[in-house]
Design a protein around this ligand. Structure first.
Ligand code: GRF
Length: 201
């Protein structure tokens, strides 16, 4: 399956996906392109180093729809079937979502539906939760809202800071995203209403 990855920054989840594809941990797949909406995204160099084509598509004062249309064209031109958002900091337009029905995934650093939006780890830490985690979900037009693929719960230690908690969550994000993509690529699942049901473990 051809995968396209969208990033805006550091790109550590993107690296985890690329390496899992290249090692065969995510089977029968290829990362066809990594697209960033930010010229300065550190992840771009990391993708190039791993032999993956990269492209910068900034918004350049265009509407969300115009910007997304260019990204969709680049993805479709390369035969991309599965789109992974990996620290991509923009909400997708409905046209983008409709161009890849149930084939766009995102990772979010909290147990959704708690702590949507920016700085989810800090939001959870400041709220004082004892357990937080990360979520891989399909993407729809609402922020951090689509059907949940997998979640991982992580305990907040008394000694944690917002930073140490973020680092702990990030390690689990990489493993969770790879596990979720492996299952999606293998295709043994159904989406029943909002529920992603695996038909094989
Ligand atoms: C991750 O915490 C991810 O959950 C969130 O944005 C961050 C991106 O980090 N959506 P990276 O660019 O993958 O290192």
């Amino acid at each position: 399956m051809k995968i396209g990855i969208l990033i805006s920054g550091r790109g550590s989840n993107m690296v985890a996906i690329v390496e899992a594809v290249q090692s065969g941990a995510i089977p029968n797949s290829e990362v066809a392109i990594v697209i960033s909406d930010k010229k300065s995204a550190e992840g771009l160099e990391k993708a190039k180093l791993r032999g993956v084509e990269t492209k910068i598509i900034t918004r350049k004062g265009r509407t969300r729809e115009e910007h997304d249309a260019e990204i969709v064209t680049e993805l479709k031109d390369r035969g991309v079937e599965l789109v992974c958002l990996a620290g991509y900091m923009r909400l997708l337009s409905s046209d983008f979502v409709r161009a890849f029905p149930n084939k766009i995934v995102n990772i979010h650093p909290s147990l959704l539906p708690s702590f949507k939006g920016l700085d989810a780890q800090k939001q959870a830490f400041e709220y004082g939760v004892k357990i937080t985690g990360c979520t891989v979900h399909f993407v729809d037009e609402d922020l951090d809202h689509g059907a949940i693929v997998l979640q991982k719960a992580i305990e907040v230690a008394d000694t944690d800071t917002a930073e140490s908690l973020s680092a702990k969550i990030l390690e689990h994000e990489h493993a969770l995203y790879v596990d979720a993509l492996k299952r999606i690529v293998e295709g043994h699942y159904e989406i029943i209403e909002r529920r992603v049901v695996f038909t094989k473990s």
